[in-house]
Design a protein around this ligand. Structure first.
Ligand code: HEM
Ligand code: HEM
Length: 292
């Protein structure tokens, strides 16, 4: 979790500095310029050829090579990220260029295809590219809104305090369960010993905690026969109250974990789809030359 926490800090800092606005949208301008030129040349060539230039025309080759070069360069961001020592600024420039040049592929690669799509490896490469771009778009959304949601959810409470609250409620439960009979004590032990705060990545992402031990313990406690003595009635009411407080504390911590998981989830599409794209691209290029 320290990794996720550090990542979030880093993300927040980067969003604050604004890689989207880097140097007055320099990369947005360069990327749009590229697209405008490509569209212009495409339509002029289409008029001259009296048909849309396909991937096999001179313009198709130019756009295809440019797109493939860009894709390889974009894919190198992972390496670049890990090689960064203290160049925070240059990384910001890289991410800015990455986002806008990545988006420009929607135009460049589409023009390259000459709008010819089918059930083949060429269109597979194209689809994977669009998947990478779409997940990147989701990443931008995540980086821009989720850090705010994180701080809004937790208010002034730190992660450490959330965990301490849950631990302290467990200690109080232990104490309050003393007067209960065996079946009551077993229920409380279930809540104390078997409650998982986070769980696996998928569970944190979906926030599905139906089988949460504390929740089940609450249901079982409610189903217990009402005790006979006043003292036992009070003891049961007390543990039920404590379990409710624990449920609230768990919900807060889990919402926090869910947002942190969302901050990384899109990379689980973005990165593997990048590798698949590179493979499909190689197949595309090899197959076009093989059938030449
Ligand atoms: C060095 C880079 C590339 C070269 C040399 C290249 C070459 C070609 C050629 C020669 C064609 C025409 C094939 C035909 O008419 O049957 C073509 C079509 C196509 N290319 Fe590329 N390409 C490159 C990069 C890309 C990239 C980056 C993508 C997308 C990610 C892509 C997707 C497509 C698609 C979807 C078609 C249309 C296929 C069809 O006609 O059914 N290509 N490419
Ligand atoms: C075909 C085009 C693209 C490829 C091949 C690609 C590939 C990659 C790779 C390999 C990484 C490094 C991930 C890591 O190691 O943590 C990355 C990061 C990233 N990509 Fe892309 N990407 C593409 C397009 C886009 C687009 C269009 C966007 C935004 C709309 C985008 C947004 C991002 C962001 C925000 C990061 C994270 C940067 C960071 O954590 O500092 N990508 N991309």
């Amino acid at each position: 979790m320290t990794h996720a926490g550090g990542h979030t800090e880093r993300v927040r800092q980067r969003t604050h500095e604004g890689f989207l606005r880097h140097k007055g949208f320099r990369w947005a301008q360069i990327a749009s310029g590229l697209c405008v030129v490509a569209v212009g040349v495409y339509f002029v060539t289409a008029a001259q050829l009296r048909e849309p230039p396909s991937g096999g025309s001179w313009l198709g080759y130019l756009l295809g090579t440019a797109s493939a070069g860009l894709i390889v360069w974009l894919a190198c961001l992972g390496i670049r990220k890990r090689a960064v020592s203290d160049g925070h600024y240059s990384l910001k420039a890289w991410v800015s260029a990455h986002v806008y040049l990545g988006l420009s592929l929607i135009v460049l690669a589409t023009l390259h295809t000459g709008f010819q799509f089918g059930w083949n490896v060429h269109t597979l490469a194209y689809t994977l590219m669009m998947l990478v771009i779409a997940s990147g778009g989701f990443g931008i959304w995540a980086y821009s809104v989720l850090p705010h949601r994180l701080s809004a959810n937790r208010g002034e409470v730190t992660r450490k305090q959330m965990l301490e609250t849950i631990a302290s409620l467990d200690a109080q439960l232990q104490e309050a369960a003393q007067p209960l009979d065996r079946s009551g004590a077993a229920i409380i032990r279930h809540s104390i010993e078997d409650t998982e705060i986070g769980g696996g990545f998928w569970q944190r992402l979906t926030g599905a905690y139906d089988n949460c031990a504390n929740r089940q313990a609450m249901i079982r406690a409610r189903a217990l026969p009402r005790p006979k003595t006043e003292r036992d009635v009070e003891a049961l009411a007390k543990v039920e109250g404590l379990m409710q407080q624990k449920a609230d504390a768990l919900a807060l911590a889990r919402r926090q974990m869910r947002i942190t998981a969302l901050l990384e989830a899109w990379l689980f599409v973005h990165i593997p789809a990048t590798f698949a794209l590179l493979a499909a691209l190689i197949a595309h290029i090899v197959s076009v030359f093989a059938y030449w």
